[in-house]
Write a protein that binds this ligand. Structure first.
Ligand SMILES: Nc1ncnc2c1ncn2[C@@H]1O[C@H](COP(=O)(O)OP(=O)(O)OP(=O)(O)O)[C@@H](O)[C@H]1O
Ligand SMILES: [Mg+2]
Length: 255
């Protein structure tokens, strides 16, 4: 089992879109895949489930109770091999409460250790901050992937995240940044081209893929569907597939 979190402190950099679409591809290739929606916005959940976002068996339950010990948070989706732990809107109001609980930062890791060991791969969609839910994701993960729109603010988000990762590593935890993904890339924008160059040559981290801004991504997302459910001939799908292949080879998993 490999656990990979999609994180960047910067909001709106396509963390969720990339996370669910890459997860969909892993599942469609036959790997037992779990998506964990660790964001109170519940955007990843809305791609994968239709009406259950407000049900009580969401990730919020994991943080609510002293010891949550039930496999029922893991829900099947309409896609074969793809399950989800839905996010709960309730998470938003729970931050200070969670901070005060014992071993608050290990909740997710403990849950995976008990109930998710039969998955090949787990993808966690993080919120756009480095609070308690992101920290839980870091503690539970083997790797982090940092989606970035090639603009200054995304890269600042990356640097802030890197500091937090070092902190978690300093606690003796075995998590590392697998690499970044350039997202919503617009080749016609000088600023995107410039940052892309900088990321490629001098960033000191693995570039896992480049995903262009695409009407197809928007269209499918509006329908709350995944790219792997539709036409596989378009560039958006192919770019996600290439990125999924790069990730799988780096983590030593055949796709
Ligand atoms: N390749 C793409 N082409 C066009 N639009 C995209 C692409 N990827 C993502 N988007 C759009 O960009 C917006 C932000 O994407 P998304 O919600 O995935 O970002 P996020 O980083 O998860 O945001 P948040 O920080 O709020 O969680 C969405 O409207 C999404 O549809
Ligand atoms: Mg998101």
């Amino acid at each position: 089992m490999k656990v990979i979190a999609f994180a960047n402190q910067k909001g709106g950099v396509a963390k969720t879109t990339t996370c669910v679409n890459i997860a969909g591809i892993f599942a469609s290739k036959g790997l037992k895949t779990l998506v964990v929606d660790s964001d109170p916005q519940c955007n990843a959940t809305s791609f994968l489930l239709r009406d259950e976002v407000n049900s009580s068996a969401t990730l919020a339950a994991l943080y609510e109770q002293k010891i949550y010990d039930s496999p029922e948070l893991i829900k099947p989706t309409r896609l074969m091999n793809l399950s989800v732990i839905p996010g709960g809107f309730k998470l938003a109001g729970m931050v200070s409460e969670v901070y005060s609980r014992i071993r608050n930062h290990e909740r997710l890791a403990m849950y995976f250790g008990k109930h998710a060991t039969n998955f090949d791969v787990i993808f966690i969609d993080c919120p756009p901050d480095i609070g308690i839910f992101t920290l839980n994701a870091f503690v539970a993960s083997n790797y982090l992937i940092v989606p970035m729109i090639p603009e200054r603010l995304s890269l600042e988000g990356y640097k802030q995240l890197q500091e937090k990762v070092e902190l978690v590593q300093g606690m003796g935890l075995d998590v590392s940044i697998l690499g970044s993904i350039i997202t919503v890339f617009q080749g016609g924008l000088a600023v995107h081209k410039e940052w892309k160059k900088q990321i490629e040559v001098g960033f000191g981290n693995e570039l896992l893929g480049i995903i262009h801004s695409a009407a197809e991504v928007k269209r499918v997302s509006e329908l709350r569907e995944l790219l792997c459910e539709g036409d596989k001939g378009n560039r958006a799908y192919k770019e996600h597939l290439a990125t999924a292949h790069r990730i799988s080879s780096l983590i030593g998993m055949a796709l």
